[in-house]
Design a protein around this ligand. Structure first.
Ligand SMILES: Nc1ncnc2c1ncn2[C@@H]1O[C@H](COP(=O)(O)OP(=O)(O)OP(=O)(O)O)[C@@H](O)[C@H]1O
Ligand SMILES: [Mg+2]
Length: 250
């Protein structure tokens, strides 16, 4: 599970994350939606232990990030929006390096790396340098690394960007399967169809604050109608339609 309690992150006078409490249960895929700059990545980086909150708590699989950081991080998989991969490594070397970071060693590791390469359709590329990989291949490699240590909770920042339909399908299938095995997943996305298709519940963040939370159907009701598509619901909840401004400049 993943839980945040009253998270706040300020930069000087600016509050990027403003009292965010979230709970993602085992087996739940929780969508994290909101306009650009709303505070999604900041929240996700705090959960991953990369940023310190100004105040508030994070608990991952029962481990408080402030007091049991190692245990919390060891049970979490994190997939950043802009991953850094050292390009002079091969895919296999990158995964072995990652396994080392998580303290995985012994015979099982080679087997586990093979499984991940197979799952993410990268087996043929095990010995190739990352610098020769396409965007989608790098994305799949980063996911392989994030799942190596069998995390019980996963935070992922915009996983579908730039993936072709087959790659996107694969990632969706992997996430769904993981959740069926009890993994808690918090996923930010701008692709409302992805959120609608995959998420059990969605939290919408606006200017650092959670303004709505629920199933897709519940959000529709909150937006005041039973619109077929999630996009108008999202725009209504976040107050964002630029048509008037566009009219003024065209
Ligand atoms: N290091 C920083 N110093 C000052 N402000 C920051 C810093 N990092 C983030 N911010 C601000 O915090 C706000 C939230 O940013 P964040 O990256 O969390 O948004 P986001 O919801 O992930 O947006 P996007 O959808 O564009 O990825 C933004 O206004 C951003 O400018
Ligand atoms: Mg972001």
């Amino acid at each position: 599970m993943i839980a945040t309690h009253h998270l706040v992150k300020t930069y000087g006078a600016f509050t990027a994350v403003d009292d965010v409490s979230l709970e993602v249960a085992p087996g739940e895929i929780h969508g994290f939606l909101g306009p650009n700059g709303a505070g999604k990545t900041t929240t996700i980086k705090i959960i991953a232990g990369l940023l310190k909150p100004t105040s508030g708590r994070v608990v991952v699989n029962g481990h408080d990030l402030a007091t049991e950081a190692e245990a919390a991080k060891a049970s979490l998989g994190f997939i950043p929006d802009r991953p850094f991969i050292y390009e002079k490594l091969t895919a296999g070397e990158f995964l072995r390096f990652h396994a080392g970071l998580y303290g995985l060693d012994g015979d099982g590791v080679t087997q586990r790396i093979r499984e991940m390469l197979e799952l993410f359709e990268l087996s043929r590329w095990e010995g190739e340098l990352v610098e020769s990989f396409s965007h989608g291949m790098k994305q799949r490699l980063v996911m392989s690394a994030a799942f190596l240590h069998r995390p019980r909770a996963v935070v992922v920042d915009e996983p579908m960007i730039g993936l072709d339909p087959r790659g996107a399908r694969l990632i969706k299938d992997v996430f769904r399967r993981m959740s069926q095995h009890g993994v808690a997943i918090l996923m930010s996305t701008h692709t409302l169809e992805v959120a609608e298709e995959m998420c059990d519940r969605i939290s919408i963040i606006l200017k650092g604050r959670i303004i709505a939370r629920g199933t897709v159907d519940e959000l529709r009701v909150m937006a005041g109608g039973a619109d077929e598509q999630l996009t108008p619901v999202f725009l209504k909840l976040t107050g964002g339609s630029a048509l008037q401004e566009i009219d003024e400049i065209v």
